[in-house]
Design a protein around this ligand. Structure first.
Ligand code: ATP
Ligand code: MG
Length: 510
């Protein structure tokens, strides 16, 4: 079958970085093609070339057999290429229908926008995707991430896309949204749309895709039928070595309680939460997206201070009214949305890494300079941050590498209490096991960690104890030994009563 898309000998450099070097990529109609590689391997750069955001320094691209070069995204769109970036690009103030037809609305007789026609056609497109429960008159800003993503897909289809590119589409979705996304992707595949799919979750590659192309350090490694490869084959292709132990949890001595939270309330998402966190302990916090986990973290850290309830640090009742209070008490927080809350994007890698430890480093300027450099160099090496150097501006790094810098910054600060929200989302397999190792070592040295994660294998692999949150409350607690994927999932959904169960496995709040 003739490929719908073909790229050969593609190279692209940015100042100080060779992002792509002699890369090839080919897609057949009706195939889902995974694009894999470590953070900074060049995946986003490649799809930005396909979608007209960047132009290659050299190489050829053919669309439907014809050589093409897109000067801007609009040209790629008219050639039938639609892209869904990780940061969704909808207008929150506009309705579903308006967003779908933004920039190409059907015209009425007098040339004005035909609202009725727009709504009718939006309904048609959504129905064709089996999305029957969405009101096309609703404002997009009020909808969940999963729904907004469905609007993006509908928008791509309203443009008659033959090629659909998705850059880490499942990163912020709930499990049921992921299922719905997969069924939409399969539907599109049956209609002959070719789909480029980027993800760091290898399981998705096996569940959804037909072929896989791997990049490493901007170079083409190979293309395989998914049926012919195992997970460890893919890891070896991506990382260039094998990784045996993905979650190397170390045994730690669990000590006294360092953080205690009692009946913490903050409307509308924190509705009476109590728990204890001990020295050396990694406490996993599981739950569906929207169950209130991130909100709880933000209450404890003082972004959105509690309305009522009690927080005790090392046995003393404390008042945390803003993040500065929390930091003074030795609490650090790695937010889920690291792009916005965790980094100063126009600043250098070195400056970002040392920001959280500046006090310690500020003794004398020349010492400060040297330790700052050393710290940055160590972080870059440990977490395998792909950067032109520690003087690189953080905003220029690939998505995953920005995340590594935020995490490195907080791990370097060695706080007594560390709250991490989705610590390895968007992070490649190699760095993921490195982050888990660091987390585990720091716990062994006495740090107390509260780890929010939607990835059950990560929760099960890393936690000494697991809390499950549901609708703003702690719904269940499990020890490391008794927890299983099934039990956690059951407690996350409401298939088990929120307060204890007959078999004694699911406990009420502590
Ligand atoms: N606009 C830019 N200016 C400078 N360097 C850039 C720019 N865009 C990308 N790079 C560099 O090019 C390399 C490839 O980045 P790219 O975003 O393609 O990686 P990726 O494979 O998508 O990684 P991730 O999994 O982290 O999203 C990285 O080293 C990155 O720092
Ligand atoms: Mg990327």
């Amino acid at each position: 079958m003739e490929p719908v898309l073909q790229l050969e000998h593609i190279s692209k450099s940015f100042p100080g970085v060779r992002a792509l070097s002699d890369v090839q990529f080919e897609m057949r109609p009706g195939e889902v093609h995974a694009l894999l590689g470590e953070n900074g391997a060049g995946k986003s750069t490649l799809i930005k070339i396909i979608s007209g955001v960047y132009q290659p320094d050299s190489g050829v691209m053919r669309v439907g057999g014809q050589e093409r070069r897109f000067e801007n995204p609009r040209e790629a769109q008219s050639a039938g290429i639609a892209t869904i970036y990780q940061e969704l690009s909808l207008y929150p103030e506009l309705t579903v229908a308006e967003n779908i037809f933004m920039g190409h609305a059907p015209k009425g007789r007098l040339g004005a926008l035909s609202w009725g026609e727009m709504r009718r056609r939006s309904r048609e497109i959504l129905d064709s995707l089996n999305i029957h429960d969405m009101d096309v008159g609703r404002k997009v800003g009020t909808m969940s991430v999963g729904n907004r993503q469905r609007v993006e897909i509908a928008k791509a289809l309203s443009l008659d896309a033959r090629i659909l590119i998705m850059d880490e589409p499942t990163a912020a979705l709930t499990e049921s949204d992921v299922e719905r996304l997969f069924s939409i992707v399969r539907l599109l595949r049956e209609r002959g749309v070719g789909i480029v799919y980027i993800s760091h979750r290898l399981q998705e590659v096996f569940d959804l895709t037909d072929r896989v192309t791997v990049l490493r350090d901007g170079q083409y490694v190979g293309t395989k039928d998914v049926r012919d490869v195992t997970e460890s084959d893919l890891i070896t292709m991506m990382v260039g070595r094998t990784i045996d132990e993905l979650f190397p949890k170390l045994k730690a001595d669990i000590g006294e309680t360092v953080l205690e939270v009692r009946d913490l309330q903050r409307q509308p998402s924190t509705l009476g939460v109590s728990f204890q966190l001990r020295r050396g302990e990694i406490l996993g916090l599981a739950g569906l997206v929207g169950s209130g986990r991130s909100e709880l973290a933000q209450v404890i850290f003082g972004f959105t201070p509690a309305d009522s309830g009690e927080i005790k640090v090392r046995g003393k009742t404390v008042a945390i009214r803003h993040p500065g209070d929390a930091m003074n008490l030795g609490i650090a927080y790695v937010p889920e949305d690291r792009g916005q809350q965790g980094l100063v994007r126009p600043m250098r890698v070195r400056e970002n890494v040392s920001m959280a430890v500046l006090k310690e480093l500020s003794r004398a300027t020349f010492i400060q300079r040297r330790s700052e450099r050393n710290l940055a160099l160590k972080t870059v090496e440990q977490l395998r941050v792909r950067t032109a150097g520690i003087e690189q501006i953080v905003g220029r790094l690939s998505g995953g590498n920005q995340q590594k810098v935020v995490i490195g910054k907080w791990l370097a600060a060695k706080p007594a209490i560390l709250i991490m929200d989705e610590p390895t989302r968007g992070i490649d397999v190699g760095a993921k096991s490195e982050i888990h190792r660091l987390m585990s070592e720091l716990a062994q040295q006495g740090m107390a960690v509260l780890m929010i994660s939607s990835e059950l294998p990560e929760v099960l692999g890393m936690s000494d104890r697991i809390l499950v949150m549901r609708e703003g409350k702690i719904a269940a607690e499990f020890s490391r030994e008794e927890a299983t994927q099934e039990k956690l999932a059951a407690a996350m959904m409401s298939t088990v009563p929120a307060n204890g169960s007959a078999n004694g496995v699911v406990k009420g709040p502590t």
